[in-house]
Design a protein around this ligand. Structure first.
Ligand SMILES: C[S@@+](CC[C@H](N)C(=O)[O-])C[C@H]1O[C@@H](n2cnc3c(N)ncnc32)[C@H](O)[C@@H]1O
Length: 278
């Protein structure tokens, strides 16, 4: 798929994009989605200063959702969907690692990705309560300066297993910067807590993130700036980037999810996504 009608009020030249030795699964003036394995892409991707990223905003497999090895090895559909009911959404691979291998693996891809980030660019990575401490370590081990933890409050609809339990109604977005935090004149300060309920009509992945939440987060990058999401799933980061006039490079290893993402990206670029906040 390819499009040519977007206007980001900036010059889009080839040198503004990282060189990736693969044909995009979906391509427009503002978004490039690759059907690929992230580490493979990161191992050979080339950037010059103008094609480096303004922000990494990503939602990797949490490798969480259970307290035992056999629980962690289970299909994400049973870990993350109540009663294993995915509501027709495909499952995904890569969610099986134990704590040590998760920390090692995530440090590798994030350190590789940081080499393609501008100075003072942002790194925002989703995680749940179980692996939050690991993700804070990972951000620092990859070379970013850890600056804080944003909270996504999903609301009280979040499931609690029984009475006497504090609801797991939040997920977390630890963040850091590639060097010093920028002092911006055109945007921010950004909120530290985001309240966005999950709406089924806006959920296209079994762990999909709400479009309004992603629209808030992509504003860390400047208009026309380049965002990297190496775990794109149903393309939520790219959809938000397209709506908010940012650009994005997305990677997703599941072809089923690339297809879902491509359709959403196409709709967002055409202005047809209904989750706009006015
Ligand atoms: C947590 S989901 C992202 C969901 C996304 N935020 C959304 O709203 O749709 C993580 C995604 O990463 C993909 N993935 C896992 N390991 C990967 C890898 N090594 N390279 C590329 N994609 C990978 C999975 O297929 C899955 O779709």
């Amino acid at each position: 798929m390819s499009h040519g009608c977007e206007n980001l009020n900036r010059q889009n030249t080839e040198s503004d994009w990282p060189v990736i030795d693969k044909k995009p699964y979906f391509e427009s003036d503002s978004i490039r989605l690759y059907f690929a394995e992230s580490m493979e892409v990161l191992g050979s991707m080339q950037t010059v200063e103008s094609s480096k990223f303004d922000a990494i905003i990503t939602d990797p497999p949490y490798c969480s959702g259970a307290d035992t090895k056999s629980g962690r090895d289970a299909d994400p559909a049973s870990k993350y969907c109540h009663g294993g009911n995915t509501c027709g959404r495909p499952s995904f691979a890569g969610d099986h690692r134990d704590s040590r291998s998760f920390e090692f693996w995530a440090t590798m891809w994030l350190a590789l990705a940081r080499r393609h980030c501008k100075r003072s660019s942002y790194c925002l990575t989703f995680i749940d309560w179980r692996n939050l401490p690991l993700m804070v370590n990972i951000i620092q081990a990859a070379g970013f300066v850890h600056k804080g933890v944003c909270v996504w409050d999903k609301g009280r609809a979040a499931r609690a297993p029984h009475k006497g339990y504090f609801r797991h109604q939040a997920e977390y977005i630890p963040w850091g910067t590639n060097g010093p935090v920028p002092k911006l004149s055109d945007r921010g300060p950004f909120d530290g807590v985001y309240q966005h309920p999950i709406r089924q009509a806006d959920k296209h992945h079994i762990t999909g993130k709400p479009t309004p939440l992603m629209r808030d987060l992509v504003k860390a990058a400047p208009i026309g700036g380049l965002i990297f999401d190496p775990f794109a799933g149903s393309g939520s980061t790219g959809v938000a980037a397209a709506i908010e006039r940012r650009r994005a490079v997305l990677i997703e290893q599941s072809e089923e999810y690339c297809e879902i993402a491509a359709k959403r990206l196409d709709a967002a670029i055409r202005g047809e996504i209904m989750d706009r906040k006015t």
